[in-house]
Design a protein around this ligand. Structure first.
Ligand SMILES: [Zn+2]
Length: 81
């Protein structure tokens, strides 16, 4: 007995197409937006790298140190008997 010709098949044949020539590179220097050199990532050159590093060292990198008068609870006179 043949009921019907169930024409199954077909379906989601979605072909995932990847963008041809997808590159991961093309990174830009964080300082001057020039093509990054793999050697100096994430900078374009040693100059930029040093400049950025220098910025950190010279003052850009400031840690708010609270010079509060901490109670000098030294254990100098620990004659507690
Ligand atoms: Zn640069």
């Amino acid at each position: 007995m043949n009921d019907k010709e169930s024409s199954g098949g077909g379906g989601g044949a979605e072909a995932l197409q990847r963008p041809a020539g997808v590159r991961v590179a093309a990174a830009k220097c964080v300082r001057c937006s020039q093509p990054v050199q793999a050697r100096y990532r994430p900078f374009c050159s040693q100059r930029c790298a040093e400049a950025d590093l220098g910025a950190w060292v010279t003052g850009a990198y400031r840690v708010p140190t609270e010079d509060g008068p901490d109670d000098p609870a030294g254990e100098e006179s620990s004659e507690d008997r």
